[in-house]
Design a protein around this ligand. Structure first.
Ligand SMILES: *[C@@H]1O[C@H](CO)[C@@H](O)[C@H](O)[C@H]1NC(C)=O
Length: 235
């Protein structure tokens, strides 16, 4: 076969090889927004993406996860924001740790995981100890998937319905828990999404309103941008 024919075939293969976009995605830094409905049906993901774009990183990073949705119809400044995520409405940290996270991280590997979980565990009466044990298991799974995983754990937003004591008990445990598992290779930082969060910024007593989402973005965006800068610098 002539060289020109081989080239034609090779080029045709490239053109039909839809994976060009896929390869581009594979080369980007991968951020998994992990959580429940406060991650899925919320606009902070979009507002944090605005911060990523404003910092000039929009072409170098991506959100990853099995979900690709904008159920709240968020309209950030950036029109083509990445709507992928791993937010699952109604799900418990305990179930995600025990049954799902390992597979999710196999399907869509990540370099950074940002998570807020525990609200549904609290609704179902799960103990603080059991939720913290699930957090520990999640960190173990993240590090088994990627020994250099950078982790952001959020203090959980308050409830506008019922008692907040179980949410407060969980949040009170998170700093010492995170410090105890913190390592140089796989750091854990806390985004304090609770202190100063006004329950009037809940649209239904549980989920953030737009003002609540903007508040969350001011808490989650900065530590995420720190991680992005470190990672893109090779650290
Ligand atoms: C983990 O270590 C890093 C680096 O020393 C630090 O910035 C961070 O605050 C620590 N995280 C916790 C939860 O203590």
């Amino acid at each position: 076969m002539q060289l020109s024919n081989l080239l034609t075939i090779a080029l045709a293969g490239l053109a039909s090889a839809s994976p060009v976009e896929l390869v581009e995605r594979q080369q980007k830094l991968r951020i998994m927004p992990l959580g429940d409905s406060i991650t899925e049906i919320a606009c902070w993901r979009a507002f944090v993406w605005d911060q990523i774009a404003a910092a000039g990183f929009a072409n170098q990073v991506q959100y990853v996860g099995s979900q690709n949705s904008n159920p709240q119809g968020c309209r950030p400044t950036t029109t083509n924001w990445d709507q992928r995520h791993e937010g699952h409405s109604g799900w418990l940290a305990i179930d995600i740790a025990n049954n799902y996270l390992a597979n999710w991280l196999r399907s869509t590997p990540a370099d950074i995981v940002q998570f807020m979980l525990g609200t549904n565990d609290v609704f179902r009466g799960r103990s603080t100890n059991d939720i913290i044990a699930a957090y520990t298991k999640m960190v173990q799974i993240m590090r088994a998937a990627n020994p250099k995983m950078k982790i952001i754990v959020d203090l959980v937003i308050p409830l506008g319905v019922g008692s907040n004591s179980a949410i407060q008990a969980l949040n009170a445990r998170i700093p010492a828990w995170a410090a105890g598992l913190n390592t140089t290779e796989s750091p854990i930082v806390i985004a304090d999404c609770n202190t100063g969060y006004k329950t009037s910024d809940l649209r239904d007593g549980v989920h953030p309103s737009i003002a609540g989402d903007q508040f969350l973005a001011t808490k989650i965006g900065p530590p995420l941008l720190n991680y992005i800068r470190e990672s893109l610098a090779g650290n």
